[in-house]
Ligand binder design. Structure first.
Ligand code: E4P
Length: 217
């Protein structure tokens, strides 16, 4: 399973990269705005910086919603760096744009996936990744993990190459559940990734080993 970090914060991206387990980065307009990134020049420069930090797939989301504008914007984003993945919303024009980029060999991530039918359409259009939003489904009392299971079954039935990129991760159990049901990738904020490290028995055990090691000196 690949691990992406879901942030536009450069310090957190560097921290995750330094752990040695990072395969990529996802961003969205909300995450970019949170970092105070404004205007095309600043946006493109921020993506370039992320690409220079992490050698892996970096999702950059288009801001437009019509086919023509998404193509123009996506081509500009893809030109920033070979590792840019053009992130396209799950709308009718988005499906057309996924097909266009797929035919051109440009990687895509279809975002805002909330149903198996949406994932199927995106895969048919040749998306590299589909992003089911696990946490946002759980937020409205709907089982997000079940959606990932459904998509896994469908993609396996037809041997789609499209990868399931589980997004909207809220806590470490989401990551573990995604691993159990066979998501190809999780994209998570830094905190849930770091909390995978923690167990009180590990902490207590290490404290005891350190204490006992003094008797060996
Ligand atoms: C990433 O691709 C998604 O945009 C992101 O995971 C959404 O997360 P949120 O539901 O916490 O905003």
């Amino acid at each position: 399973m690949k691990f992406f970090i879901d942030t536009a914060n450069l310090d957190q991206i560097r921290e995750a990269k330094d752990l040695g387990i990072l395969d990529g980065v996802t961003t969205n307009p909300s995450l970019m705005a949170k970092e105070g990134i404004r205007g095309t020049e600043a946006i493109n420069s921020h993506y370039k910086t992320i690409c220079e930090i992490v050698d892996g797939d970096i999702s950059a989301e288009v801001l437009s919603t019509t086919y023509e504008e998404m193509i123009k914007e996506g081509e500009e984003l893809a030109a920033i760096h070979p590792n840019i993945v053009v992130k396209i919303p799950m709308i009718k024009d988005g499906i057309k744009a996924l097909k266009y980029f797929s035919d051109k060999g440009i990687k895509t991530n279809c975002t805002l996936i909330f149903s198996a039918g949406q994932a199927l359409l995106a895969a048919k259009a040749g998306a590299t990744y589909v992003s089911p939003f696990l946490g946002r489904l759980d937020d409205v009392s709907t089982d997000g993990i079940s959606l990932i299971e459904e998509i896994r079954l469908i993609f396996d039935n037809y041997l789609f190459d499209t990868q399931i990129l589980a997004a909207s991760i809220r806590h470490s159990m989401h990551i573990i559940d995604c691993a159990k049901v066979g998501a190809d990738v999780i994209t998570s904020p830094l905190a849930p990734i770091l909390s995978l490290l923690k167990h009180p028995l590990t902490e207590n055990g290490l404290a005891q080993f350190i204490e006992d090691s003094k008797k060996m000196a």
